[in-house]
Design a protein around this ligand. Structure first.
Ligand code: HAS
Length: 550
């Protein structure tokens, strides 16, 4: 019922603030991406002496950390507001979260733009940035923690007011995602506070590189799931409504989120498979846990297909694939996330390749990995976020997604798909041919292998240019939906359960149990290797400043 009731203005303003930063980030980060692909093609030189690694850092930080976090926090606030409500006090804390994150972003962005933080979004030591960069990132995390506790509080207050009732599915999912984010970001926050800030201020002469990378990847893999879970929220609980169906299974959706919470964190070593200093037994254990993530992922794939089929058959579409033909292909709120789902098939398969220790030695640090994450984050996740924005933004601004904007959205989705297919396919192939990632164009002193890369680098520039057209279109659509589209009420689509749905087992809401198992798994996977890393580490590293002499 609530789906057609607009939020009170003061509430909508908070959620829209996050959307404005999201789409501003898309424009800035996307422009950097275009410049990178052009520069790497070897056919174009960056003007005004701009450093390639400056724009690469802006690209990764603004798109990978800022756009995603702002979208997720804003979207999740809107989901909580719609399902369990937000009090005035909680809304005020929501604003404090927003401003803390924004101030942190501005500090980090300025530090990068003035060339004091050419360290890429993973800020691997011993590359050193100015302390302001780390302080800025720490503020973004602190701001997001405020949002975490507001969301926890929102569900807690609702539960108190509705004793014995199961929590709304979307609110449950938001709390799982925020619990995962909080537990994971403790790792990177520890590293930034204890290692990077003192080191960049000169209070510590050296840094333990392996420890800093381990703490980063303890955070880094759940980070990718923090991006993905809001897309899953839409796939499980919003897309069924858009296609005119019901939730496939409330219990299955909750169980899959719980499994993702448990298996997303104790797996960071699969990003460090080639790194010396970590005992192979622990790498093996974390790889096994990595493969466990496939289970909830495949549960999700099954559930989505099942929703599509049941809905189609209920509408009377016959034959083996009649239900598939009649999906709402002309509705961009469905099409964009659907293409995201399809992209996850090769994207996820690439992830399985990456996580396989022996094959990882072939692709690690090659541009194959960049291809992998442009399929997973930049297609699966981002197209789903766009699919959400098409209804969320007008719902928040009291406007409508008109047939014309819907059509433009469909063209945008197709352009994005074409651009990304060209770019990420070329990245995967060039990676298999040994092309490195995180590097500007070079002919490597005329090495014979380099000749095999050129055509793929040009293909990436072509794909990148097409993608930039897609970004301009998306920004145009966002501005229309935010300020100019006709006034009206755009539905906030939330799928309901079947009337005869099986009751959801109460154990699925036993937070002590699931968070307890998660912490136990983390302690099991990390305690001994981290003690080893601290006890047996080589001497710490002096900083490396780039450009030299900074
Ligand atoms: Fe990954 C590197 C392993 C998933 C993002 N990954 C990265 C990096 C990023 C990233 C950003 O093991 C680079 C980090 C850096 O800068 O160094 N990844 C995996 C594995 C998975 C995986 C095992 N990654 C993701 C997701 C990401 C993401 C999701 C972002 C959102 N990844 C790795 C590894 C590395 C790595 C190594 C390090 C490589 C190195 O050496 O540096 C799995 O979770 C994937 C499971 C997914 C599937 C697919 C299931 C398909 C579904 C779609 C259903 C579709 C339907 C529609 C229903 C098994 C659910 C169908 C319709 C039809 C018509 C057919």
């Amino acid at each position: 019922m609530l789906k057609n009731v607009l939020f009170p203005k003061k509430e909508a303003r908070l959620y829209m603030a996050f959307m404005h930063v999201t789409f501003a980030s898309l424009l800035i980060g996307g422009l950097m991406g275009l410049l990178q692909t052009l520069s790497r093609s070897g056919q174009f030189q960056l003007p005004f002496g701009i450093n390639y690694y400056t724009i690469l850092t802006v690209h990764g930080v603004i798109l990978g950390l800022v756009l995603t976090t702002f979208f997720i926090v804003g979207f999740q606030f809107a989901l909580m507001g719609k399902t369990v409500g937000i009090s005035d006090k909680q809304r005020k804390w929501g604003w404090i979260a927003f401003w803390t994150m924004l101030v942190g972003t501005i500090i980090a962005a300025i530090t990068i733009l003035v060339g004091q933080a050419n360290v890429l979004y993973t800020f691997y030591a011993p590359l050193r940035a100015h302390a302001a960069f780390y302080i800025g990132l720490a503020l973004v995390i602190v701001g997001s923690w405020i949002a975490v506790f507001v969301n926890f509080r929102q569900l807690y207050v609702w539960k108190k007011a509705n004793p014995g009732q199961k929590s709304p599915l979307l609110a449950f999912m938001v709390v799982i995602n925020m619990a995962m984010w909080f537990i994971a970001s403790l790792g990177v926050a520890t590293s930034v506070l204890i290692q990077f800030i003192p080191w960049s201020l000169g209070y510590a002469a050296t840094i333990n590189v392996l420890l800093s990378r381990t703490l980063f990847w303890y955070f880094g893999h759940p980070l990718v799931y923090f991006w993905l879970l809001p897309a899953y929220m839409a796939w499980y609980a919003i897309i069924p409504k858009i296609i005119g169906g019901k939730l496939f299974s409330d219990s299955l959706a909750r169980l899959s989120f719980i499994l993702l919470l448990m298996f997303s964190i104790p797996v960071g070593f699969h990003h460090q498979l080639t790194e010396p200093g970590i005992d192979p037994t622990w790498k093996f254990i974390q790889v096994v846990l990595t493969f466990m993530v496939v289970i909830p992922t495949l549960m999700t794939a099954f559930s989505i297909f099942a929703t599509f089929e049941t809905t189609g058959r209920r509408k009377g579409h016959k034959g083996l694939f009649g239900w598939f033909k009649h999906l709402p292909w002309k509705d961009v709120r469905f099409l964009a996330p659907f293409i995201g789902m399809v992209a996850f098939i090769p994207g996820g398969a690439g992830g399985i390749v990456n996580a396989s220790h022996q094959v990882n030695t072939l692709i690690h640090n090659t541009i194959w990995v960049t291809g992998h994450f442009h399929l997973t984050v930049a297609t699966t996740v981002i197209l789903t976020y766009f699919g959400i924005a098409y209804w969320l933004v007008p719902h928040l601004t009291g406007r409508r997604l008109t047939p014309k904007l819907n059509k433009l959205g469909i063209i945008q989705t197709i352009i994005w798909t074409v651009g990304m297919t060209i770019m990420s396919t070329a990245m995967h192939i060039q990676g298999l041919l040994g092309g490195p990632r995180r590097s500007n164009f070079s002919n490597y002193a005329g090495g014979a292998q380099v000749d095999t890369w050129i055509s793929y680098q040009i293909a990436q520039a072509v794909g990148g240019t097409i993608l930039f057209i897609g970004i301009i279109m998306m920004i145009y659509i966002f501005i229309q939906l935010a300020f100019f589209a006709p006034r009206g009420v755009q539905e906030f689509p939330i799928a309901e359960e079947e009337v005869d749905a099986e009751p959801t087992p109460k154990i699925l809401e036993n937070w002590y149990l699931w968070i307890g198992i998660t912490i136990a798994l983390i302690l099991f996977a990390y305690t001994i290797p981290v003690i080893d890393i601290i006890k047996h580490s080589p001497p710490g590293s002096l900083p490396f400043d780039w450009p030299i002499g900074r």
